[in-house]
Design a protein around this ligand. Structure first.
Ligand code: G3I
Length: 397
């Protein structure tokens, strides 16, 4: 314990500029050998403890570009996690607390007076707003994390459920959120060029694993947007999905383009503007994601004159989750990850007039949904990773 204390207090003094910034490829790697560590314990690029308290707020360099966000959960409000959020980000998204299965009644209500479970989400939204951070709503209509009774019954019943749920929830939070993910992850994976030919999108929707589409059909998408626009006309309404960067064997970006184009052409003026305000590119990336594949889709979606959000960004940098990565978490993975973040942020800055918000999906590598792949900007002890420095200064990285 004594040795540990000495190490914790003396190490930062002995190596006061241990930041990754400015290091070159030829420099000696971190003197703390990753190989001698327990998996997930120590980490490359570590800086002095609590440097998140003194380093420039991460959102500062982006104040003229777009909002910079991270996720928040009810358990974050009473500890340092909330202080990190408030210092480094200027918008927040609830990781889980605003999903249907945390808000909707557990079972089908006997009357039209649905007893929603608002308390947890209300506390979260109020605390985040009181801290001065505008909040994004995630998510209204999704095939996951949704009580199954909402999908049960004939088309008329399920459509009535959808419209009531969206109306009630968007209405409840009216004035407290800047935007909503109205529909989440509606497109299936592995779409071929033939699937998206002739501007098709309806046959690209998930079917067997999507209770909404199964009961209502493709019109469930516009019905959800129409109900949300009516309930909260000032909130920006987004379609949100993953794997929207363009890569071989994946045409989800094209299906989403076809859908948003079609719906906005049919609904050009709903409350003074087209029905769908924007597209959320979740951006759960890995070290092999190419910046070009991201830039291609940003250009494609920009041509629709809708806003783009990078809505759930992380970059997996070590093996795990069957992501095809074979490397362990070490200095070289940390450096590759930092470079990937920098390359992505250079693109986001280039297209800032089309991008309204960039939100990370995880405050730190301990609590990320993909913790084993070290995908975030802070390590498990909230030390700044090289990736943090890369986002803080992508042009010089
Ligand atoms: O709250 C329960 C807890 O009571 C229980 O003991 C525990 C046992 O497994 O589960 C807890 O719920 C978990 C929940 O996260 C809260 O931690 C669920 O099992 C787990 O499935 C859920 O995972 C979330 C996932 O969405 C569900 O699909 C992740 O935290 C969340 O980061 C993730 O977020 C999604 C976005 O909403 C949409 N895009 C993809 C993204 C990543 O999957």
């Amino acid at each position: 314990m004594f040795i540990l204390l000495i190490a914790v207090f003396l190490f930062p003094l002995l190596s006061c500029d241990f930041s990754f910034k400015g290091k070159t490829d030829s420099e000696e790697p971190n003197s703390e050998k990753p190989g001698s560590e327990k998996p997930g314990s120590e980490k490359p690029g570590t800086q002095e403890p609590d440097s998140w308290k003194t380093t420039q707020p991460l959102h500062e360099p982006y104040k003229d570009y777009f909002l910079l966000g991270n996720i928040v959960s009810p358990g974050d409000l009473a500890n340092d996690r909330f202080n990190i959020l408030k210092r480094h980000f200027n918008t927040a998204t609830a990781e889980n607390a605003m999903k249907p299965d945390n808000i909707a009644p557990f079972s089908k209500p006997a009357s039209d007076d649905w007893s929603y479970r608002w308390t947890q989400a209300d506390n979260l939204v109020n605390a985040v707003n009181a801290a001065g951070l505008p909040m994004h709503g995630h998510t209204l209509i999704w095939h996951q994390q949704t009580p199954s009774w909402l999908f049960a019954g004939d088309k008329e019943t399920v459509l009535a459920n959808l419209e009531k749920f969206v109306t009630d929830v968007a209405g409840h939070f009216k004035g407290k959120l800047i935007s909503w993910d109205v529909v989440n992850e509606a497109m299936r994976d592995g779409l071929t060029a033939a699937d998206v030919a002739n501007a098709n999108w309806k046959n690209c929707l998930r079917m067997n694993d999507n209770g909404w589409n199964k009961a209502i059909g493709p019109e469930y998408i516009e019905k959800a947007f129409l109900a949300a626009r009516a309930a909260d006309p000032d909130a920006q309404l987004f379609y949100n999905d993953y794997s929207l960067n363009s890569f071989t064997g994946n045409n989800k970006h094209r299906a989403v383009y076809n859908m948003v184009k079609d719906i906005n052409e049919r609904y050009p003026d709903v409350g003074g503007r087209p029905l769908i305000d924007g597209i959320g590119m979740q951006s759960h990336h890995h070290l092999n994601t190419t910046p070009e594949s991201v830039e291609f889709s940003i250009q494609l979606f920009s041509s629709l004159n809708v806003k783009i959000t990078i809505s759930e960004m992380d970059i997996m940098a070590a093996k795990g989750y069957g992501n095809g990565l074979t490397n362990d978490w070490d200095d070289s993975a940390a450096e590759l990850q930092a470079k990937k973040y920098a390359a992505m942020f250079r693109i986001f800055k280039k297209y800032a007039s089309n991008i309204s918000r960039v939100t990370f999906w995880g405050l730190d590598d301990r609590t990320s949904w993909r913790a084993s792949t070290y995908p975030t900007l802070l390590d498990k002890d909230y030390n700044l990773k090289p990736a943090f420095q890369a986002v803080a200064n992508p042009d010089n990285f």
